[in-house]
Design a protein around this ligand. Structure first.
Ligand SMILES: [Zn+2]
Length: 293
């Protein structure tokens, strides 16, 4: 499932072909995504210009010249692919590839930049929605989201306040989108390993009773930022069928510190531990019982 770094990678891949470009044509092959597309979906995009392409947690937000915002979510298996109208050799390869997947190309944007952007999603947990910009603040999909982990409003104090009195595990707390937005199983495991904190540790132990952060909260914030920045730099992970918009696979799966490394040596310098897998809230957690306390 794509997490924040993958979505940010997609955003950076789409920005050059969508930002500043107009929707010249919108093909809708299936409307029954996670939620049905509104009847006027195509109409509200057609002829409108994208004036900015942002991201909030795992949502892509395309600002439109009409005052609407197009919200896009990749769900479990969604991906965007970019093709060119004009066929140079390199891009012809993508045309070929596209034909193979075309059955799951549910939405196709033809942009005035000359790019064709397809949204492909075999499992259809992805979604798109159009919201007036003025209603974005109260949009139910976004309104309960916690701070952006790479933004200025996220620091040890915010995280400690969110974890104050929480009796759940740190793993569960960090997976909660209200505590911090955009993290999922892979990066929560990675961040906890980086911060040398056990996923089983009780969340409230990173703060005092009144919610003042301790040194663990500082380490955790640094760990979260570091793993996300590393992953974005590496182009997002390519687990399952998630692909970068240009068709290239991301590279981050080769750099996982603990995820999917059960039984292998811990990579923390000087640690002689072995990565262990446990199940928390029905999801696999990978961690090193030796250096993560
Ligand atoms: Zn270790």
């Amino acid at each position: 499932m794509p997490e924040l770094p993958e979505v940010e990678t997609v955003r950076r891949g789409l920005e050059p072909v969508m930002d500043g470009a107009r929707f010249t044509k919108v093909d809708i092959h299936r409307r029954d995504l996670r939620w049905p597309l509104p009847k006027d979906f195509g109409e509200r995009l057609q002829g409108k210009t994208v004036t900015g392409l942002g991201r909030r947690a795992k949502y892509l937000l395309a600002d439109l010249s009409s005052g609407d915002v197009l919200l896009m979510h990749l769900g479990m298996s969604g991906s965007f692919h970019v093709f060119r109208e004009s066929g140079d050799k390199k891009l012809a390869r993508y045309y070929h590839e596209r034909e193979q997947h075309a059955a799951h190309d549910h939405i196709v944007f033809h942009m005035s930049s000359g790019a064709i952007v397809t949204f492909n999603d075999p499992r259809r947990f992805g979604s798109m929605k159009i919201v007036p910009r003025g209603k974005l603040e109260t949009e139910p999909l976004l309104e309960k989201l916690g701070p952006e982990p790479l933004g200025n409003s996220f620091d040890a104090a915010t995280l400690a306040r969110a974890c104050k009195g929480k009796k759940t595990s740190l793993k569960a707390a960090l997976s909660d989108q209200r505590v911090v937005a955009g993290l999922g199983n892979i990066y929560v495991c990675a961040a906890l390993h980086r911060a040398l904190l056990s996923p089983k540790r009780i969340a409230s132990t990173i703060a005092s009773k009144t919610g003042v952060p301790n040194e663990r909260a500082e380490r955790l914030v640094e760990g979260i930022r570091a793993v996300l920045n590393d992953a974005i730099r590496a182009g997002g992970s390519s687990l399952r069928d998630h692909k970068r918009p240009d068709g290239e696979l991301g590279l981050f799966q080769h750099h996982f510190r603990v995820y999917d490394r059960e039984g292998q040596k811990c990579v923390t310098p000087g640690c002689r531990g072995t990565v262990k897998r446990i199940v928390q809230n029905g999801r696999s957690t990978f961690y090193c019982p030796v250096c993560q306390k």
